[in-house]
Design a protein around this ligand. Structure first.
Ligand code: CTP
Ligand code: MG
Length: 224
């Protein structure tokens, strides 16, 4: 089977406060999305990278001039819908049920090819698939509406889920269709089918640029 990457990049980046979709904010001289795509295209095992844009996107061509990879304007109202649109597009372009798809957030622009290599090596022989993740180091607190601690949560078996998340096309499509727009990642949809995806350790640096202050942190990491 082949490996494809699918990059949902159809969000508006509301929490980032950037005023434009955050995937187009320049970090270390290039739009965030360009950094993300460079990491994925540097992985030889990945056949093609499909970028999923919003149908209303009017920035891609200017932000990534001469981009030679696959692009589809099939984004939806939620991340899950954008991914489902991208999976259907991969099928139209010849991908099969048994091919692997690595879904990776455009907003995780610090991705490194070696982490992707590790995920692929772990998942290719696996019956289910898996995801990059990081064991939680901090003590976890639940907070109430007043910003006060309501509980302490045992962190010992807790991981922060990242992307890429790697599953076979047929499985991840069935899982996301069953869960609907609510799924915030592919693994949770696969779990809902009773399967246990593999956790593959990556790095805290594989964080998702989400809040205004995250751009400066990403800039420091990418520039260094
Ligand atoms: N995404 C998408 N389609 C959507 C929503 C999100 O393709 N309808 C993508 C984003 O572009 C991003 C990834 O999914 O690369 C992770 O989502 P998130 O970090 O939440 O990005 P946004 O939804 O754009 O940000 P926010 O939630 O702050 O608006
Ligand atoms: Mg979002």
């Amino acid at each position: 089977p082949r490996c494809f990457a699918l990059v949902p990049a159809a969000g508006i980046g509301e929490r980032s406060g950037a005023g434009i979709p955050k995937q187009y904010v320049e970090i270390a001289g290039r739009p965030m999305l360009a950094h993300t795509l460079a990491a994925l295209t540097a992985v030889p095992r990945i056949e093609q990278v499909l970028v999923v844009l919003s149908p209303a996107d009017d920035r891609f061509e200017q932000a990534l001039p001469g981009h030679a990879g696959w692009v589809a304007r099939v984004g939806g109202a939620s991340r899950a819908e954008s991914v489902l649109g991208g999976l259907a597009e991969l099928r139209r372009r010849g991908a099969l049920d048994e091919d692997w798809v690595l879904v990776h957030d455009a907003a995780r622009c610090l991705l490194r090819p070696e982490w992707v290599d590790a995920l692929i090596a772990a998942c290719l022989p696996d019956a289910v698939g898996g995801l990059l993740a990081q064991p939680i180091a901090d003590t976890l607190k639940a907070g109430d509406a007043d910003g006060r601690v309501s509980a302490t949560i045992d962190r010992r078996d807790k991981w922060a889920a990242q992307t890429p998340q790697m599953f076979r096309l047929g499985l991840v499509e069935r899982a996301l269709q069953a869960m609907g727009a609510a799924a915030t990642d592919e693994a949770s949809a696969v779990e809902a089918l009773g399967l246990a995806p593999q956790l593959v350790r990556a790095s805290m640096a594989n964080f998702k640029v989400t809040w205004p202050e995250d751009f400066a942190l990403a800039e420091r990491l990418l520039a260094g």
